[in-house]
Design a protein around this ligand. Structure first.
Ligand SMILES: [Zn+2]
Length: 203
């Protein structure tokens, strides 16, 4: 039935379509190109939409897979970490340098959650640090020294003494005071050092 199908061979639709495509390839591509050139915006939008759809579907499928294969996923992450340890650590080191405050805040939150002492945060720690920075006039809550050389988000009532990681229980302190204060409450620290408070009217 087809002129160019060898005699005796069964008609194969797929092969026929392929042959047709190859014969008319140039023409088809030119037609598509012309349509695209005539209305580039429509085609850009269309390809953007289909890209997005594909990405969404892929992501959803990935999440579903992760849920079903929780253990395998965790094992994969562990293995990925081991293989890429050095690169990840180097990246994290750079990130620490770029975001010293956020790093400290994330660690505090993590620690508080672990021991079930996470309090309320109407704003994020980073925003709180910014607010305290101006409230305390960029100086240590305990000794009044400039915080520009480094500081910590400090719990006035230490977590180890039952304090919460809560926006009402934090201040900015210099590293020296944070180390010296250790497990003392702010009140006890003030009494021992005979200083402060320089910032918030709370002890
Ligand atoms: Zn200090």
């Amino acid at each position: 039935m087809l002129e160019n199908s060898p005699p005796g061979k069964k008609y194969d639709q797929k092969e026929y379509q392929r042959a047709y495509y190859l014969r008319n390839r140039e023409k088809t591509l030119a037609r598509q190109r012309n349509r695209r050139l005539a209305n580039p915006k429509l085609f850009q939008e269309r390809s953007r939409r289909s890209d997005e759809k594909r990405k969404d579907a892929k992501r959803a499928k990935g999440e579903e897979w992760k849920e079903i294969n929780q253990e395998r996923w965790n094992a994969y992450l562990k293995e990925y970490y081991i293989i890429n340890k050095e690169r990840i650590q180097n990246y994290n080191k750079g990130w620490d340098k770029r975001n010293p405050q956020s790093r400290n805040a994330i660690w505090q939150r993590h620690r508080a959650r672990k021991i079930d002492q996470l309090g309320e945060w109407p704003i994020s720690e980073t925003e709180m640090i910014e607010a305290l920075w101006s409230e305390q006039d960029a100086s240590c809550y305990y000794c009044g020294t400039s915080l520009s050389l480094g500081f910590d988000l400090e719990h006035m009532l230490p977590l180890s003494r039952g304090g919460l990681h809560d926006w009402r229980n934090v201040c900015l302190s210099c590293r020296t005071c944070n180390l010296k204060k250790h497990t003392l409450t702010a009140k006890e620290f003030f009494a021992r050092e005979g200083v402060g408070p320089y910032g918030r009217g709370q002890s």
